[in-house]
Design a protein around this ligand. Sequence first.
Ligand code: CA
Length: 332
Amino acid sequence: MNKSEMSTNAMTNPPQIIAHRGASGYLPEHTLPAKALALGMGADFLEQDIVLTQDGQPIVLHDIYLDTVTNVAASFPGRQRADGRFYALDFTLAEIQSLLVHERTDPRTGTPVFPHRFPVDQALFRIPTLSEEIEFIQGLQCSTQRKVGIYPEIKAPAWHREQGHDISRVVWDTLRHYGYEDLQNPIFVQCFDPVETRRWREEFGSRLPLIQLLPEETTAIPGTIPSLLTPTGLKNVAQYAQGIGPAIGQVMTLNGSQVEVTDLTKVAHDTGLLVHTYTVRRDSLPSFAQDHDELLDMLVVRAKVDAFFTDFPDLAFRWRANRFSPHPVRKY
Ligand code: CA
């Protein structure tokens, strides 16, 4: 990019950094140490993926399964379903909190998904409840005198409903209990299911800022997502949500040897929607980016996204401090 492009953008608002499952490039995802590290590295938001236990408690875990990040198979042999998977919903909170958490593995092979991250044989961590995590973050806000946002995702709401649980209502009750509905602390609530996201606004009457996630594979929620990506679809999203959460590949694509910005961000902005894209990973870059900083230049300076999820909040913070100076975001 040329210098004028950079300096023009440097006058605009810097992007916000969302720590994807915490500083998950350095510590196992969704552990409290990974959240503390992300806050210390300068993230503006800390993400929570949320699923329910058998006794209806919201826990912070990416998958509806336990077997990719814990020792559940060794601790509870025979408790898997017919598909061979161990579901969080089949275990009580007490059982789940007895498990040890490790770096993410491929359930078919047992090998680490990211081989150069935290050693997979060092399972030193536990799964937090949503309440424990919020109290931990609010404690850190107090001790550091720094506001940091939370970014809860409602995982698989239709599946939870089929299993007899209303996960959105449980999470909404928890967020209200901790005062987030007062909008005094930064928060976005995110969900891939557009019916469920709309429900927060229309059925619950929640005032919380909502992000409509867009799955990378448009077949993930049949019949809904391609229509969301049209200008009319985005206008419908703007009726209930503050923004969209597209994958990087929906914001930028490779056309031959040329990297092109799609029109998604511009159309979303014209519709009044924020764009929070996922996921920046130093150790899993898209083919069109030579390195981490070039990817952020593309996403923020060229494509003009408003925020991005990253596994490496320290690299994002350093990049932002270099690109946007003097830096106006971090407040102590
Ligand atoms: Ca997520």
